[in-house]
Design a binder for this molecule. Structure first.
Ligand SMILES: [Zn+2]
Length: 109
């Protein structure tokens, strides 16, 4: 499947980027990608010199799901798991680096 590619400032009206959807209170999570914007950028010089932003049809986007107590709880549990060292089981104040696979004290020992 190939998507229509638009140049900077030349996308049709009515299509929105992820950021524009968010500003309108919509989520891109299950929205349909209907095109892409492509522009030359020095920031992308290591990946072909082009940056890309996907364009969504706001008619297919859903409203952002509000955070509930349960969703915050599950987010907190997820972050705690990321800070827990799999070796010594200590909960660190930082996320365990995936490059080490354990906390700093364990890596240093
Ligand atoms: Zn550890």
């Amino acid at each position: 499947m190939t998507l229509p590619v638009y140049r900077y400032r030349l996308a049709p009206h009515g299509l929105m980027t992820r950021t524009q959807l968010r500003a309108a209170g919509l989520s891109a999570a299950r929205a349909e990608v209907v095109g892409e914007l492509r522009w030359r950028s020095r920031k992308a010089r290591h990946y072909g010199g082009y940056r890309v932003a996907y364009l969504y049809d706001p008619a297919t986007a859903r409203p952002v799901r509000p955070m509930t107590a349960g969703r915050w709880r599950s987010h907190a549990a997820m972050m705690r798991a990321r800070r827990t060292c799999p070796d010594c089981k200590a909960v660190q104040p930082y996320v365990i680096p995936t490059s080490l696979g354990c906390c700093w004290p364990c890596a240093g020992a």
